[in-house]
Every structure is written in C-alpha cells, then in structure tokens.
Ligand binder design. Structure first.
Ligand SMILES: CC(=O)N[C@@H]([C@@H](O)[C@H](O)[C@H](O)CO)[C@@H](O)CC(=O)C(=O)O
Length: 306
C-alpha cells in the first residue's frame, strides 16, 4: 500500500534550537540530549538548523555536526527536515548532499539573503538544491526576515516537480497560506509557521506546523492539533489563547531563543546561550522565566493528565 505525501508527513515539527557548550561551540552531546527529549512527546519530527536552530549563524561544518548528532540519536524515531539554506548556492548544495548522506528525510531552504535577488535567482538557487539530491524539498517562506515573498506563480512552477512536496509558511498572512495550499493542490503540504496562529493556519488549510516555541511546550501543540482534527474548535481556541499568553511573555525577553533555551535548562536540558547577535537572557530574568516554566508545566499537566 502506498502512503500519500500528506499522510506521510503531516503533523507537528519542532523547529529545534541549537545546543552549544559554555564556550559557544556546537556541543553534540547536548544536541543528542535535546533531540532525545522530544521523542515520545507526540510530535512528528524536528526541523533542524532553521531560524530557531540558528543555522544561518553557523558555518557549514557546525551545521553538519548538529545534524549528525540529531541523526545518530533519533533517526527512524522522528522525521527529520533539515534547513540547508545558505547565502551561496554552493554551500546550500553541499549541505543538501550532506543531509542525504546522513539519512535525513527532507531538505528545506530559505532564499539566499543579503542581496535583493530577482525571483529567477531565487528559483535557480532552490533548483540547484533540489537537483543535488533525491530527497523531497520544502520551500521555506519567511518574508519578514528574508525580504522575499514567495509568489504563487513560482510556487506553482516549483511544485510541478515531484520532489517539491510543500512549503513552510512563516509569513503571517493566512490568506497567503490558503492561496499556497490552493496553488499546490491537495497533495501539496503546507506547514504553518507563526505559532501564535497555529489554529488559524490549520483552519485555512495547513497540514501541520513547524515552530520554535513548540520546543518548550510540544505537548500543547500536539494537543491543539488533535483538538483541531477532532473538530473541537472552541476548546482548541481556548488552548491557542493560553499558548499565546506564553508566547507573548517569551517574546518580551531580549531574545525569544534565549528565553526558551533558559526554560529548557530548568528542565535539565542544557543548550547554552544563543549565539550573538542573539542576546542571552540576563540573571534578572531568571525568576520570571522560572514562573513561566511552572505555568507551562502546569498547563501541560492539565491537558495531558501527566
Ligand atoms: C519568524 C519566526 O521566527 N517564526 C518562527 C516561529 O516559531 C516564531 O518563533 C513563533 O511564532 C513566535 O513568534 C518559525 O516560523 C520559524 C521556524 O520554524 C524556524 O525556526 O525555522
């Protein structure tokens, strides 16, 4: 029996944070421990080296080290999508080929950043990655950071290829999300990016979500997804509202990733501080983050009965 792309890959993917030692170097043991922490939480997989994973702040060797540690730890247990986007097409292709070599399931990339590129250049950039492996490819659209908005015409063109299976829509417009789904067709995956709008994205056609804040509350997003699937929309809305209270607080710290990584450390998962220019949390934030962690854990217990 063959499984369709949607059934095979839909679900909740944690945009996994990076893990560094105290000197700021990639720490593979910490990466393994973090990846292991997510097994058994009900998520479908991990998105490695994306925005939350700081891939863009690491060199190619470091990005490979992170992925290798993830694959060694959870290969076969979680679906692994790797962000291979880089400024130069050459480096992105190198990372794509490495991802295939170590057994990742899917590759994904933002456009090249810094230069204001015409659509044809972004298409060529992505096409080289697509052609370099036999892995499926997911377009990563995040216009607020890259300055490039994926048009439905480019999406339609790329989606003609079997290897291009979906888009990670981190832009905030649920109208555009719905248009991507309509353009790609029912067998084209759309992942919701803004965690604050997970439910809205699902209602407008997303097949699941990929998000950074999932990393400190995966159980809540798994529950939210199952409430949506069960058509329990009022309960889902109440849970999304609760989650958004947490996200609002997390966004109030010097960096979102610093706050989330500190929360993980309170649970015994050390990942170090985010890499500069992303700011770490300061000691005066520790008490309020401990409170927030307690609140999240209480909510997880309420929703999972754990
Ligand atoms: C703009 C941005 O960074 N969006 C995040 C969200 O997870 C975001 O952190 C969250 O919704 C809080 O605003 C994700 O879409 C990005 C992501 O999944 C990634 O880390 O690659």
């Amino acid at each position: 029996m063959t499984t369709d792309i949607i059934s095979q890959y839909q679900g909740i993917y944690i945009a996994m944070y990076s893990a560094y030692d105290e000197a700021g170097n990639v720490d593979q043991d910490r990466v393994r421990k973090l990846a292991r922490y997510y097994v058994g939480k009900g998520v479908k997989g991990l998105y490695v080296g994306g925005s939350s994973g700081e891939g863009i702040l690491q060199n190619a060797e470091e990005r490979k080290q992170v992925l290798e540690a993830v694959m060694e730890e959870v290969k076969g247990e979680l679906t692994i999508i790797v962000h291979v986007g880089a400024n130069s097409t050459r480096e992105a292709v190198e990372l794509s080929m490495h991802a295939e070599k170590v057994g990742a399931d899917i590759i994904s990339a933002v456009p090249s950043i810094y230069y204001r590129l015409p659509e044809a250049a972004v298409e060529t950039h992505w096409q080289h990655m697509i052609d370099s492996t036999n892995l499926p490819f997911i377009i990563y659209n995040i216009p607020q950071t890259t300055g490039f908005t994926l048009s439905t015409s480019l999406l339609a063109k790329l989606a003609e290829q079997d290897k291009v299976i979906g888009v990670k829509m981190s832009g905030e417009s649920t109208f555009e999300l719905q248009q991507y789904k309509e353009t790609g067709g029912s067998m084209f995956l759309v992942f919701n990016g803004p965690d604050e709008q997970f439910l809205a994205g699902r209602i407008m056609g997303a097949d699941g979500g990929i998000g950074g804040t999932y990393g400190v509350m995966p159980e809540l997003f798994v529950k939210l997804n199952s409430l949506f699937i069960g058509n329990r929309i009022e309960e889902a809305q109440a849970l999304q509202t609760k989650i958004n209270g947490f996200i609002k607080k997390l966004l109030g710290y010097p960096s979102l990733y610093g706050a989330c990584k500190y929360i993980l450390s309170l649970r015994g998962i050390e990942t170090g501080a985010p890499r500069l220019p992303l700011l770490p949390v300061r000691p005066e934030h520790h008490a309020s983050l401990a409170e927030l962690n307690k609140d999240i854990e209480k909510t997880v217990a309420k929703y999972t009965g754990a």
